[in-house]
Design a protein around this ligand. Structure first.
Ligand SMILES: [Zn+2]
Length: 312
């Protein structure tokens, strides 16, 4: 059996207000633009690698953020294969007897969504295993710990090389392979299967969500986990609240959060009085209309000040 370490890069819509996103966003949130993979044999020796750029079929124009992170340019995708053909190439490269492994659990959700959108058949992902979970368990004793690939490299004294820049799918797959090579009993990664999570766009609109919490007062609510770890309204990813909540008025407390994919998110905890006179706290999350880096930075500084001035 071969171990295949896989990494994907994907493009995001230029705007959640774009026509494509509004029409198809609930079916496809991201277009895969690169599949990178490295194949290891059972002795954990590298026996092959795979690198394929993919022409995005829906969100054709590369988001500047994606270019910044991945180094992939519009020209790199010029003449690249469409997803279905790239997939055929990848499937035949993988062969018959393999275990697919990723670092972290985001890739398979995006992969499955691209399969559903482009293939129009019921093809599902083969089992995919999460090396990040195994590493987190070995080093921190639990699988909730989600260390980055670079900290795993540091842990094993794996040095990055200029031949393998970070955040290109094939190079990240290469470093993931390096990490698994350094692990004792690496086959235990097969005990870390992943399940596909449906990528859910926001319910109320592309940019907003609203949930009822079980709290009847704001003081309790803002200390709760839903308040401290809200979800991005666009992708559902769990976010951190770096500063904390600040009262806007008697009924609303607001915090800031940042989604790595969607930017600044405003989280409001709102106290509402129901028709029966009972109170209920709602959590509302909305992407900020303003996303330029200087604005976001200033906003965070302002929030840190406000939180610091709150009475204890
Ligand atoms: Zn997001």
């Amino acid at each position: 059996m071969y171990y295949i370490l896989m990494d994907l890069e994907w493009n995001q819509p230029l705007s959640h207000r774009s026509a494509q996103y509004r029409r198809y966003g609930s079916q496809l949130m991201f277009d895969i633009i690169q599949i990178g993979a490295v194949k290891l044999n059972e002795q954990m020796q590298m026996v092959g690698s795979f690198n394929q750029y993919i022409q995005p079929g829906l969100y054709r124009k590369l988001h500047p953020r994606i270019t910044r992170i991945t180094g992939i340019n519009q020209e790199d995708l010029h003449g690249a294969l469409p997803f279905t053909e790239a997939l055929e190439r990848f499937v035949s490269w993988c062969g018959e007897d393999f275990a697919l492994i990723t670092w972290g659990c985001d890739d398979i959700n995006v992969f499955q969504q691209n399969l559903d959108f482009y293939l129009k058949d019921d093809r599902t992902m083969p089992s995919v295993y999460d090396l990040q979970r195994l590493f987190g368990m070995r080093t921190a004793g639990n699988t909730k710990n989600r260390p980055g690939l670079q900290s795993a490299m540091k842990y094993f004294h794996i040095l990055p090389s200029i031949d393998h820049p970070f955040h290109s799918a094939v190079d990240d797959a290469y470093y993931t392979a390096k990490v698994i090579q350094h692990m004792d009993n690496p086959e235990e990664v097969l005990q870390m299967p992943q399940t596909v999570r449906e990528l859910a766009p926001a319910k109320t609109s592309a940019n907003e969500t609203s949930d009822d919490l079980r709290f009847t007062n704001l003081a309790q609510a803002i200390k709760s986990r839903p308040a401290r770890e809200p979800n991005c309204p666009a992708c559902g990813k769990r976010l951190k609240v770096p500063e904390g909540y600040v009262p806007l008025d008697k009924h609303t407390w607001r915090a800031l959060a940042d989604c790595p994919d969607h930017g600044l998110v405003l989280i409001d905890m709102v106290l509402e009085t129901m028709r029966d006179g009972k109170n209920k706290v709602k959590r509302k999350a909305a992407l900020s209309d303003q996303q330029n880096p200087a604005y976001v930075k200033t906003k965070h500084l302002q929030w840190a000040n406000k939180v610091a001035q709150l009475p204890k």
